[in-house]
Design a protein around this ligand. Structure first.
Ligand SMILES: Cc1cc2nc3c(=O)[nH]c(=O)nc-3n(C[C@H](O)[C@H](O)[C@H](O)COP(=O)(O)OP(=O)(O)OC[C@H]3O[C@@H](n4cnc5c(N)ncnc54)[C@H](O)[C@@H]3O)c2cc1C
Length: 423
């Protein structure tokens, strides 16, 4: 197939973010010779999102440093990169996608890599000016532009993005309140030990952390937010509101075309959707994850986006092997480097290794004597060694796990590792 504008391609990738860009890169690395289009609705070259709530928001990193590859790369690799193009429909019978401007693009294989849109608050005032989401470069730039004029900020949502944004805003000298509906921060992804530590850290920096607290509405003046009214009636004045309450996977066109899914599109072990020759990867794909005992989950991480990109590229070139990757994630808040590996859900024991007071420790999560996850704070060695334990599914001596004089890798109960998890 030819690669001219508006024409057909062997592989059409919709979504030019982390997963889509890495899929195109992986195809060329695997010496795929067919034509490849990488279509994205943002007006940017593909870039990495993590710094948007960290160094980029803090003004410490230039946008060019976020680019996944320089502009010349896409031309050199004959990848037809099309920014500013939103795909609104998929026709699996005709094997083509339609862009918002009506352009039709045919495909032999379609890779859906659209991530998600920030979940909006379902309350009055959610659409006011000075209410920000933080998903794209444009979001971060808008926020950064308004930052100097705001003395006080309310962050709604105590997940990673909310907490990272809070730490940047505190660094910029703002008075910050974080409002979280659950009784702990990071409620969806972490145990209480880590949550309590982070809560104390944020409070010690002056963050007004409000747990178990819900928002009634955002109040405004002249169309712009001036503060947040809680359901308790209390009013938190703010010149800036950041909403970090998760994403809604951007899968509507694919579901409308008949793909199986709901909160994301369902994929099999090699990232195929239920539609012929249509794949999905990254934040928008739900998959049976080996490290969640085969439960169908959706991971929102660079690791997952990159590893799924590799899986889909191998599927397309005909050397498919199932997606099997240890989930990992990181976060930076203040001078803390948090590294997480594995999935803690369903653990029956959480062991502290190291000293919380020293601000260098790990929480190690076990299930039936096996390490299923670690949250490591300023403890990269634990992260590296613990990762091997999670990967292997080996039984460990829980009495040795807490002993920092013993390397984690020496806490194995048996010499041999037990590969309990099959993909
Ligand atoms: C602020 C922030 C901080 C983060 N920090 C971390 C971190 O520290 N560590 C970590 O592991 N992960 C982090 N993540 C998560 C990580 O960035 C995502 O998991 C990753 O970007 C997912 O890649 P993706 O390709 O699935 O989605 P995205 O990177 O979001 O890319 C999807 C692209 O598709 C586009 N698109 C959507 N619909 C259409 C359409 N219909 N037509 C055309 N284009 C479309 C979107 O605009 C977007 O450009 C962070 C995310 C954010 C937002």
């Amino acid at each position: 197939m030819s690669g001219a504008a508006g024409s057909d391609h062997d592989v059409v990738i919709v979504g030019a973010g982390q997963a889509g860009a890495q899929a195109a890169i992986a195809l060329r690395q695997l010496r795929y010779q067919g034509s490849v289009a990488l279509i994205g609705d943002e007006h940017e070259l593909p870039y990495e999102r993590p710094p948007l709530s960290k160094a980029y928001l803090a003004g410490e990193q230039r946008f060019e440093r976020l680019l996944i590859r320089p502009a010349t790369f896409w031309q050199e690799k004959a990848i037809d990169l099309r920014p500013g193009c939103r795909i609104v429909a998929v026709d699996p019978a005709a094997r083509r996608v339609t862009a918002a401007d009506g352009t039709r693009i045919g495909y032999r294989r379609l890779v859906w890599a659209t991530g998600g849109a920030p979940r909006r608050l379902d309350c009055p005032g959610a659409g006011l000016a000075r209410v920000h989401a933080l998903r794209s470069r444009a979001d971060a730039d808008r926020l950064a532009q308004e930052l100097p004029a705001a003395r006080r900020a309310v962050v709604i949502g105590g997940g990673y993005i909310g907490l990272e944004a809070a730490s940047v805003l505190v660094g910029a000298g703002k008075q910050v309140t974080v409002v979280e509906a659950q009784q702990q921060v990071l409620a969806r992804m972490s145990g209480t030990m880590l949550a309590r530590f982070l809560e104390a850290e944020h409070r010690s920096r002056g963050v007004n952390l409000r747990l178990g607290t819900t928002v009634d509405r955002i109040e405004g003046r002249d169309g712009a937010a001036r503060g947040v009214r809680l359901t308790s009636g209390e009013f938190l004045a703010a010149g800036l509101v950041i909403v970090g309450v998760g994403i809604v996977p951007a899968v509507a066109p694919l579901l409308a075309a008949g793909a199986r899914g709901g909160d994301g599109v369902e994929v099999d072990a090699v990232c195929r959707t239920s539609l012929p020759d249509v794949y999905a990867i990254g934040d928008c794909a739900t998959h049976a994850n080996a490290f969640a005992d085969g439960a169908r989950i959706r991971l929102e991480s660079v690791q997952n986006a990159n590893d799924m990109a590799g899986t889909v590229a191998r599927s397309i070139v005909g050397v498919a092997h199932p997606y099997y990757a240890v989930p990992w994630f990181w976060s930076n808040q203040y001078d803390l480097r948090l590294q997480t590996v594995g999935l803690a859900a369903g653990h029956d024991l959480a062991i502290l290794r190291g000293a919380i007071d020293a601000r260098s420790f790990s929480v190690i999560y076990l299930r039936q004597g096996r390490v299923v996850a670690l949250d490591c704070v300023n403890a990269t060695k634990d992260y590296v060694q613990g990762r091997k334990l999670v990967e292997s599914g080996a039984e460990v001596r829980s009495d040795l796990i807490a002993d920092t004089s013993v390397p984690l890798t020496q806490a194995l109960l048996s010499e041999g590792v037990l590969p309990i998890r099959a993909a």
